[in-house]
Design a protein around this ligand. Sequence first.
Ligand code: NDP
Length: 685
Amino acid sequence: MGIASGNPRQLESFVCGEWVRGAREGLPLHDATTGEPVALIDSSGIDFAAALNYGRSRGGPALRAMTFHERAGMLRALGQALMELKEEFYALSYATGATRSDSWIDIEGGIGTLLSYASKGRRELPDTRVLIEGDVESLSRDNSFSGQHILTPLQGVAVHINAFNFPCWGMLEKIAPTLLAGMPAIVKPASQTAYLTELMVRRIIETGLLPDGALQLICGSVGDLLDHVTGQDAVTFTGSASTGRRLRSHPAVIANSVRFTMEADSLNSCILGQDAGPGTEEFDLFIKEVAREMTVKAGQKCTAIRRVMVPRAHCDAVVSALGKRLTTVSIGNPADEAVRMGPLASLEQREEVRARIHDLSPETRIVFGDLDRIEVISGDSEKGAFLNPVLLLCESPDNARAVHDVEIFGPVSTILPYDSPAEAVDLALRGKGSLVASVFTNDPVIAEETVLGLAPFHGRVLIGNRTSGKTSTGHGSPLPVLVHGGPGRAGGGEELGGMRSVKHYMQRSAVQGAPRLLSAVTGRWIEGAPARSDGVHPFRKSLAELRIGDQIVTGKRTVTLEDIEHFAHFTGDTFYAHMDEEAARANPFFDGRVAHGYLIVSFAAGLFVDPAPGPVLANYGVDNLRFLTPVNPGDVLQVRLTCKDINPRGSAEHGEVRWDCRVTNQHEAMVAQYDVLTMVAKSWP
Ligand code: NDP
């Protein structure tokens, strides 16, 4: 679907399984470069309560019927399908003012986030519908009553209200964890760039990969939608702090304790370390990073550097180096390959940026850039929302207020001189909580002092230095595997962060009961639940035959001094506790020479394995290995191995089996405890 310039199309919403137009013609959305209308937007007449109900009654049950691995597979297929179509999204994205490299973050960065959640879901989540969190808490002496935390998907809809600056990534980074959790979503893009989100949602729906009702889209106002949210729904918001505060205090959100994640204005900082003066690699990296953050997406990034803390002695050098670098940034039509920075998203946004610069003028002066003279290498400087980068200097940041308070959402940063690392941190904290801060230093002491000072007020802190100069993902890039969000003024939410954000769409419940029944709920064997020893060694059973609770209690083996000495010389581990009786006795943990922990693990394997070729294909590791009681010569070991968890891994030919392994001595004291991880064939022979 292309949208021809000058021929604006009325955007449609996708609700209750169909594409619908608003009742009115709608408001025009303009191309950021030419000012031509691109599309019309209106959502009047849409029944928002029905959309919520559709998601809850159709999308939710269909998603919850799938396992985590099935949902991860769905995300992967979707990511791959969208990647095939990326050129269509790039073509339309120029209208938003973004250059191709700006849109790489939005389009391929967004699809990459989908794919990252797909592979993390596959690797880190079980192939089940319920997530187990933490260990079993034994609540009785005789193991007849235990507790376990589980997570299950919320049964409502996640409503995602997004900002204009990332029409694709903004949607994808939120729906990836939502869908993986098993919850349907309604996406409401910011009007200004909603045409690109609409195109992507069209393509998503056309793939047929998502269950009916899993994804709905509202182009235009969400009307009375928030009046209908319940405690099973979730709302996320990205945009201005003022709108966020209004939505967070919506009566239905408050009355129903609706989960509300907010990501709002953020006065992100970048600190040049006192060690990183002109001539150092860190100085050059810092200059490059600040210039990049000012100009990528014309500074319209929630993570962009707004405040730049510089050692007072290096201020002139920084102004000069930054100015030199910013001079080389060519501004113009984002479709022009020679252009490095496109226009702002709209003329209104440019007026907003100019007004905010004016707000800062009592505390700052312009040291680079000209607000009135716009130099473009292509495009019409009158019709397009172009603005040159502007660098401000605040001589007395300690006495300033506006520089710590006003987010200028454009290619504008303010330099703040400082005299000590503590002062640099103090200035950063005046942002009252931000998404990200970075510090450029090669000094471990400065790194420690600065990062520990910044961390409580930031969702992410980046250290830049010469070692990571080439590999660093940069100050401004949120990553799917790391937290994205920030405390305080930044909204107090965490949108990303690997599996942390999946759990946001799930309810954590503490389930208490008899182990047999807990085990039935979670699908995982726990101590106290029934075990089965049917005479067949569990290693002789393929995945088709193996059951949770299948158990073997092995024969016994006495550990001798010769065993310990043989193992010591064979492996080279002649640590005194194994070899020197007197030294071992002097050790507060031992009463004479003890067996190596790894000897115990090796003997345990010797006791529990079934040696003949069979369905167990490989031992790929152990988890949670603990040595609990020392083993002295003469002690007698015995092992109890129980099938704890089976992960069939979809259609793979073999699955993963986790075994609970307990090694005891002749007094039935636990010597070692761990989980043995194996690959087991689905059928054998
Ligand atoms: P807004 O807060 O105005 O809008 C954000 C989203 O909220 C949009 O989807 C908007 O829809 C929607 N919205 C607005 N009012 C309501 C309402 N009453 N009920 C439900 N949804 C509503 O922010 P903008 O996107 O216009 O950006 C304004 C400023 O916010 C920027 O200049 C910048 O300072 C800051 N911002 C900060 C970001 C960050 O992450 N730090 C990201 C983007 C912006 P619609 O577009 O249809 O009005």
